[in-house]
Design a protein around this ligand. Structure first.
Ligand SMILES: *Cc1c(COP(=O)(O)O)cnc(C)c1O
Length: 482
């Protein structure tokens, strides 16, 4: 995105510094069909078929558009079981973009988490972090340890406008370590906290946390999956960083960490995962799990073509004109929705737009999954697929009781470099329609509920005939239109 100024300030929009050279045909089904498809998918947007979706805002994972240079690099991938030149190119890219010497490959972000949990979690351990991510938590609890969230209070307040809502609560962290030092082996910093609206953490806070870890001998780990958005926010929002290059900020942050891992389905605009470090001892403790779970040490379950694309993608991550596209599009959509009165998490974060379902449905019982209901309504209203980030995304407690999420959000992810501004305008239009018709919308209940990661394949049904009423209203307002 460029900062080019428009002649008419009222028409100022984010301006792409790339052009689209490959396109994919999309389809928008009639609203009655959409209702049927939503029912067939058990009111779980994960279970929809992609062909039935007009705007897929489920995730930013593995669906970002690649650049011409990434595609070109894929042709020169070196296919070898061991010692592939591609591995060394990717390793060099990590050294040159993050300043980290060594890398263990894994097939995606959660595979890195599996390895971290296996290597550094004993039963009864506690792993402090600003906020959990679904797959992180699943791996840590599978190994008998528990996640402890220490995000500052502002992070859980959807209406707090602080620029860095992903920050740790430092006094709480210190106290927590004092009380539980024996149970803590490692701490995890999530840059661009996924589940609370892609909200960034400040460089200042990260340095403070890292300092505490170093003093205490706790392994400081950064989940850098959403780091590219966070880098943009540090540069544009944090005092003292305006004149630093993205590369300087990246090096500064990574230098303070013992381990940096990431999902290359996000960072690097491709598909895969990497665990990076300058600490040989720590790498040695994780190394044995790569051939066990992933593949040989020089591909780790990744396809070599993807590894070439990640390498190029990492260099592109240092280009502010590439990485600011997501955040600026998101900000555009957030501002438009906010001005209309739609409750949306602010300030705009990375990753996507987060609708606050609790405010859409203040009277809906928490156990009827407001964010899930809003997700079903958005698909019916516009063929738009979002992701529930609320109670359905939580795991039940060990005793089987429901664990209510701190925030009930419907996330509309904005995959990087994929949608046009007119498509986002359409999304804004349909969100406004759903907002104006929110009183018609009711809750959901489970019909099939898996014990682990239930949000991926659980099936639900509406608690009433509210979806019929919503479709009727759509027809009344839009006539024959799709
Ligand atoms: C997506 C994500 C992961 C998991 O990565 P996958 O490649 O989807 O397995 C881990 N942490 C964060 C913060 C993420 O956003």
């Amino acid at each position: 995105m460029s900062t080019v100024k428009f002649y008419r300030p009222e028409h100022q929009v984010p301006l792409e510094m790339h052009k689209v050279r490959i396109v994919q045909k999309l389809f928008l089904l009639p609203v009655e069909e959409r209702q049927k498809k939503m029912a067939e998918a058990g009111n779980n947007t994960f279970l929809l078929h992609n062909k039935d979706i007009y705007i897929d805002m489920l995730t930013d994972s593995g669906v970002n558009a690649m650049s011409d240079n990434q595609q070109a690099a894929m042709f020169q991938a070196d296919d070898a079981y061991a010692g592939s030149e591609t591995y060394y190119r990717l390793k060099r890219a990590i050294k040159e973009t993050m300043g980290l010497n060594d890398m263990l490959p894994a097939h995606q972000g959660r595979a890195c988490e599996n390895i971290l949990a296996e290597a550094f979690c004993r039963p009864g351990d506690l792993v402090p972090m600003n906020f959990h991510f679904t797959t992180t938590k699943a791996h840590i609890t599978r190994c008998g340890a528990d996640v402890v969230e220490l995000v500052a209070a502002k992070g859980l307040d959807a209406n707090n406008l602080d620029p860095f809502k992903g920050d740790f609560d430092i006094p709480r962290l210190k106290q927590f370590i004092k009380d539980h030092r024996e149970q803590i082996q490692w701490l995890r910093i999530e840059t661009g906290t996924n589940l609370i609206g892609g909200q960034p953490i400040s460089a200042h806070n990260m340095h403070e946390v890292a300092k505490i870890c170093h003093e205490e001998g706790i392994i400081c780990v950064m989940d850098a999956s959403l780091l590219q958005d966070n880098l943009h926010f540090i540069k544009t929002r944090e005092d003292g960083y305006k004149d630093k290059s993205i590369k300087e900020i990246m090096f500064e942050l990574c230098a303070d960490m013992d381990i940096v891992y990431f999902s290359a389905r996000k960072l690097g605009f491709a598909r895969g995962g990497c665990i990076c470090s300058n600490n040989e001892k720590l790498m040695l403790r994780m190394k044995e799990y790569v051939p066990l779970y992933e593949g040989f040490l020089t591909y780790g379950g990744m396809e070599v073509r993807s590894m070439e694309a990640i390498a190029v993608g990492l260099y592109e991550t240092l280009d502010e004109e590439y990485i600011n596209q997501g955040p600026l599009f998101i900000e555009h959509l957030v501002n438009e929705l906010h001005e209309y009165g739609v409750p949306v998490v602010r300030p705009a974060g990375g990753l996507g737009v987060h609708l606050n379902a609790s405010e859409f449905f203040p009277d809906m019982p928490h156990g009827q999954y407001p964010a899930g209901a809003l997700g079903a309504a958005m698909y019916i209203a516009g063929g738009i697929r979002g992701m529930e980030r609320g109670t359905i995304s939580e795991q039940r407690e060990r005793d089987g009781s429901e664990r209510y999420a701190a925030l009930e959000l419907l996330r509309l992810a904005v995959p990087r470099r994929v949608f046009t501004l007119s498509q986002l305008e359409y999304v804004a239009d349909r969100v406004k329609w759903v907002w104006d018709n929110r009183k018609l919308i009711g809750g959901l209940r489970f019909v099939e509920e898996p014990a682990v990661l239930r949000f991926f394949f659980g099936r639900l049904e509406p608690v009433s005939d509210w979806q019929d009423k919503l479709v009727e209203k759509f027809r009344a307002d839009f006539g024959e239109s799709l």
